[in-house]
Write a protein of this length. Sequence first.
Length: 249
Amino acid sequence: MSVRANFVQNHYAFSPNPWFIATFFFGQVMFQIAWIHKLFAFDPIGYHKLGSTPRADSAPDAGVNANTCTSSDDEEGVRVALAYAPVYALGSFCIAGWLLFWLRNDFVASQILVTVNTFAQLFAVARLPLLTPKSSTIMRLTHVVAITFAGIGVLDLIDNGGVVLRYRAPPSILVQGITYTLFPVATAASTPFFGAILLYDLFAIFVGQYDVSDAEQWSARVGWTALATGGIVGVKALLSWRKKTGVRT
């Protein structure tokens, strides 16, 4: 409750509705738990190189670890997950620190942490290999965890930035124009899933700004931007589906 009260007290031009943060965080944590569980399930004993056979004396029974990588797709998925793990750890540390400093109203320190996290996650997402129909579950979960972390990081970055600057709604015409342009362009240049997270960010801001005094036009235009962004996500998702299934017009 204290977190929600803090969000309400520090509500500025890019502040979302607090419930959108809580709802997203809950779902995000569920995927993170599934990702960590899946990663450890491949090799609960550990300590052997991927692609090699674990020592017989290291397995709990019959000298065989049934959960080790069984295919090249699984092995690649684990490699990608392990490569992302340090970025995930960094992000978790940054978000924990962000919350601590936010509750203490030290918004400059919290801004430093969310900036580090957001750019680290975006860099990690840019380096992820593309998913294919044969991609393993661990590979898909790594994509979900990384992309959700990066997507909500964008919202954290601009929300906290608005608080640091005490930037009340409505923003200047220039800032509004950048917002209305940048989100759709970023969505068009990204995968449908990351675009969907950006759409969520926009909708959260739209709802958060809806009842703000003198910000009616700002909120409405963010809503229209969200609608346009949703259209881009839909088109990209359809094109991606057609490409994967081989459907032609």
